[in-house]
Design a protein around this ligand. Sequence first.
Ligand code: ADP
Length: 213
Amino acid sequence: MFFSFDGIDGSGKSTQMSRFVAWLEQQGHDVVVCRDPGSTPLGESLRELLLHRHELALSARAEMHVYMAARAQLVDEVIRPALEAGRTVVSDRYLLANVVYQGHAGGIEPAEVWRIGRFTVGGVLPDVNIVLDVPPETAAERLRRDETREPDRMERRGEEFCRQLRAGYLAEAAADPRHVVLVDATRGVEEIEADVRRVAQRVIDSAAEVRGT
Ligand code: ADP
């Protein structure tokens, strides 16, 4: 099984992912955690370039392809082997983020990002993308409280960009509600966590049904 977490920065992704992984492990899943971009030597180098090399000009299309390159390596080196070994993969972001950031908010036709993305990942897509949904003001407020954070390339783009991101996630959830599920992440950590588990449980149950167990 393959789960990905998505949402704008400050939506609570890291908080929810670590709780979710602990829950899966308690249930006996053998979990592989990764982040996209990242989790391979190439992917981590590209992540550094994408998020922190502010002096490098990066057009929207170039940026999209760098994300794709990192993801291709992540699939080949980490995700596909893990799935083939029967392990459960949990990824911090995946193709959906590329569609929303460089597509909906970045000006590239989202359908094109999906098309290139499907080729890039060779059919390896999450069973469900769990999107933590918060208004940009709430996310910004949470990040302001967290003084240890340095704004990265994405976070520097401001609140208007975040509004476009949110609209992008909403549009993708409306277009494919089975695979893109929004969770109201304005609430307390435990309430959000309970909803995340409910969403995941549906996937776990239907995988068990397919296996006939
Ligand atoms: P992300 O990974 O999406 O950027 P984090 O999990 O790092 O988000 O959370 C960003 C900040 O918001 C952290 O300081 C975290 O403690 C806080 N936070 C996370 N979830 C909630 C929540 N449900 N309510 C209030 N604050 C939260």
